[in-house]
Write a protein of this length. Structure first.
Length: 77
């Protein structure tokens, strides 16, 4: 697999390997992917919590047109 990186990204990765944070670039990429997967899991969990709160929250009396009109008025549209 080929990945195109900026010069700054390449230098950052090379420095992490050079100073011994990672043994090699493969280890760094594997760790980055694990961190990304964990971040995505937390993001999805938090998003579902917010959706659940809204879905199960109190009903409002405004129609969708009321909400759109109010938004347009506050933004001067």
């Amino acid at each position: 697999m080929k990945i195109k990186l900026t010069k700054q990204e390449e230098e950052y990765i090379e420095n992490l390997v050079f100073v011994g944070v990672y043994k090699n670039m493969d280890d760094l990429i594997k760790d980055a992917l694990k961190i990304h997967a964990a971040y995505q899991d937390v993001f999805k969990r938090d998003l579902w919590k917010e959706i659940h709160k809204g879905w199960n929250g109190p009903d409002i009396k405004k129609s969708i047109n009321d909400v759109i009109s109010a938004k347009r008025n506050t933004e001067g549209i």
